[in-house]
Structure formats: C-alpha cells, structure tokens
Design a protein around this ligand. Structure first.
Ligand SMILES: Nc1ncnc2c1ncn2[C@@H]1O[C@H](COP(=O)(O)OP(=O)(O)OP(=O)(O)O)[C@@H](O)[C@H]1O
Ligand SMILES: [Mg+2]
Length: 156
C-alpha cells in the first residue's frame, strides 16, 4: 500500500495496480516546513504499526527520520514548491528510511563539533543509530536521497 500526501490531504491508493507493490513500503510528500519532522515521525509510527515487530524500530527510527527531515527543511534551500519525499521500507529485517530533497548540496558529518556549538550533531546521531547511512543523487530528478538503515532494538 502506498499513501501519498499532497497539500495536507491524505490519499490512500489501494487500487488494483497497487496490489503488486511491496506491502511494507510507504511514501509521503512533505512541505519544507519545520513541523515536517514531527509529521514524518507520526507516519513512521503508523507505518511500523503495520509491520511485524515494527515497534522495535520506533525509538531509533524516530530520531533518525527527525534529523534527516530537519536537514532537508533547513539545509536544502530550493524554490518554493519543491517538497521533501520520505520513503520507508523494510529490507532484510531493517528499516530503510529515505529522505529526498531537491538540493544537490551534499550532507557532511561535522567531526569537530565543540561542546558549545549549537548545531552540527544531527548526522552524528544518524551515524550512531543506524547500521549504515549514505546519500546519492535522485535517479528520477534533481536533488538527492539521504538514507539510513535502522536495525531492531537490541539487534545488530
Ligand atoms: N539535506 C541536506 N542538504 C544539504 N546539506 C545538508 C543536508 N543535510 C546535512 N547537510 C549539511 O551537513 C551538515 C551537517 O548536518 P548535521 O545534521 O550533522 O548538522 P546541522 O543540521 O548543521 O545541525 P543539527 O542537526 O545539530 O541541528 C549541515 O550543516 C549541512 O551543511
Ligand atoms: Mg541537522
């Protein structure tokens, strides 16, 4: 089942052409707005609620998705109307989180964050909480995909 949100309206597409879609995947379009991290966390919770043992991915997944969406909102400075896409999928027992934005600027971990620095910790958190993360160009258009693989709580 794939759901798409656009301009605040939720559309659930269960049409026959969607039947072949991977059951445990989900996509949503979000505005470049500071509230979108919270919206993404809610969708993650709902998505994991439909996945066997999904609850075990919620704590780390919520932190990771929040940071990745916040980065897309804050750092991917693009024209109005260029929204953020979030894609969730279960892959080999891991939660794959993708956040697509329309900027070609690359994310980069800040290694030298001082104790008093107010920013620069988000991707380090992502690195800590995921088994793997990375980014690459968006195949179907401008911009990029930042992704992370999150394992189950207490798992590898
Ligand atoms: N989606 C993105 N598009 C463009 N640049 C990005 C993106 N995500 C991260 N970056 C770059 O990588 C840097 C490090 O990101 P990180 O999330 O670790 O820190 P931050 O966003 O600056 O601060 P914090 O997350 O602690 O509020 C950012 O300052 C930015 O330059
Ligand atoms: Mg950040």
């Amino acid at each position: 089942m794939v759901r798409v949100i656009s301009s605040g309206r939720l559309r659930v597409d269960n049409g026959p052409h969607m039947q072949a879609a991977v059951a445990a995947s989900f996509e949503v379009i979000l505005a470049r707005h500071r509230r979108s991290s919270g919206v993404a966390r809610r969708y993650l919770r709902d998505f994991l609620g439909q996945v066997p043992d999904g609850a075990g991915f919620l704590d780390s997944g919520a932190l990771v998705i929040g940071e990745l969406v916040a980065n897309a909102v804050v750092h991917a400075r693009v024209s109005p109307g260029r929204e953020i896409a979030v894609r969730l999928e279960m892959v080999h027992g891991h939660l794959r989180i993708e956040v697509h934005d329309a900027s070609n600027e690359r994310p980069g971990i800040r290694r030298s964050t001082g104790l008093d620095d107010v920013s620069g910790r988000g991707l380090r958190l992502v690195e800590e909480l995921s088994s793997e993360w990375g980014w690459g160009p968006r195949p179907e258009g401008i911009g990029k995909i930042v992704w992370a693989l999150v394992g189950p709580e207490g798992g590898a």
